[in-house]
Design a protein. Structure first.
Length: 342
């Protein structure tokens, strides 16, 4: 773990820090409120009130379960790309496009010069952080994914659009850091869609993050990671959050051959199932990761997509993950104690 950087940011975490990717299922009350708002039957202020209640619900759940780095749960937004497009000048709404399974999003259209005009996530981060003494991640959708998941009409090419987005999203990141966010996750699920564009994504992320005092987690959750490894290590990130439990962590073998040089948030729960992964199976995944990478480099979380589960399913999955992580923490402590005694 980049303990020195975290220490400079006044963040202290245990071995194998527990966290999540960002989104949680919305409460029934919030779902009803969102539907009423869409029908014009509820004011925006009332919808925000319900989103705040849902945010507090998930902060309390995370505290009770024992997570170390919390998220706000993204109760105030739907799709990760549409939400930011709605708050940046230069975008127009597009039609529905399937993201995966039966999940759709409205693919935005870049019709003018993109501009950041006001904070987008800062008030929500401040609210979530005010509810807890544990660190809460800032959450941003990265410039490459925003570009790739939009229709580009205004700019001459993808590179111009991507770098313009990076410069404007940086203003949001600066506002988050100024507000006090010390750990910021940048979601870039499109990273491996076009491996030949990894240098562009890297350049854009440098524009976004360079010189800002925060610990950066870059989250990628789709695609063939082997096509962009080890190039992905050039990303300006302290931590790479990779959703790889569905592959039984086979990618860690690649990391063993080409040494991993950053912290890694390892997804140890496949959330695209109604069944709760057994504590013993999760612990086995963590042990395997800890054999291939130094335990000090590892953060533990689920794969992304908990928002697709029920509240009860999400909490059950997280509880098993926490219990399994505690099991491995104890094993590592005992092993190191035995080695020191020799």
């Amino acid at each position: 773990m980049s303990r020195a950087k975290l220490a400079r940011l006044d963040v202290t975490l245990p071995l194998l820090p527990l966290t999540t990717c960002g989104s949680f299922p919305k409460t029934a009350a919030l779902m009803h409120a969102r539907a009423a708002f869409a029908r014009g039957e509820l004011a925006a202020e009332e919808l925000d009130d319900e989103a705040r209640r849902a945010t507090e619900y998930w902060i309390r759940v995370q505290e009770r379960l024992g997570l170390d780095v919390l998220v706000d749960g993204e109760m105030y937004r739907g799709d990760m790309v549409t939400y930011f497009a709605e708050h940046l000048h230069g975008f127009a709404a597009g039609g529905l496009v399937r993201a995966y399974g039966n999940r759709y999003y409205r693919k935005p259209i870049i019709v003018d010069e993109v501009r950041w005009t006001a904070p987008i996530t800062v008030a929500w981060w401040r609210f979530a952080q005010s509810l807890t003494k544990r660190p809460v991640k800032g959450m941003l959708t990265g410039p490459y994914t925003l570009m790739d998941w939009s229709f580009v009409e205004h700019y001459a090419d993808r590179r111009d659009a991507c770098l313009a987005l990076a410069a404007e999203i940086r203003r949001e990141l600066e506002a988050l850091v100024e507000a006090g966010a010390r750990i910021v996750q940048i979601d870039e699920p499109a990273l491996s869609v076009r491996p030949e564009e990894l240098p562009l994504a890297t350049e854009a992320l440098h524009v976004l993050t360079d010189g800002l005092p925060a610990y950066f987690v870059i989250h990628a959750c789709y695609g063939a990671f082997e096509t962009i490894y080890p190039g992905v290590l050039q990303l300006p990130a302290d931590n790479l959050d990779l959703a790889i439990s569905h592959s039984s962590l086979d990618l860690l073998e690649i990391f063993a051959r080409d040494p991993f040089t950053k912290d890694m948030s390892v997804g140890v729960i496949d959330v695209h199932s109604h069944h709760t992964t057994l504590r013993s199976e999760i612990a086995a995944r963590i042990r395997r990761a800890a054999r291939l990478l130094a335990p000090e480099l590892l953060w533990i979380g689920p794969d992304c997509g908990l928002k697709t589960r029920t509240l009860e399913e999400a909490e059950e999955k997280l509880a098993e993950m926490v219990a399994a992580t505690h099991d491995v923490r104890r094993e590592l402590a005992e092993s190191r104690g035995n080695e020191a005694a020799r």
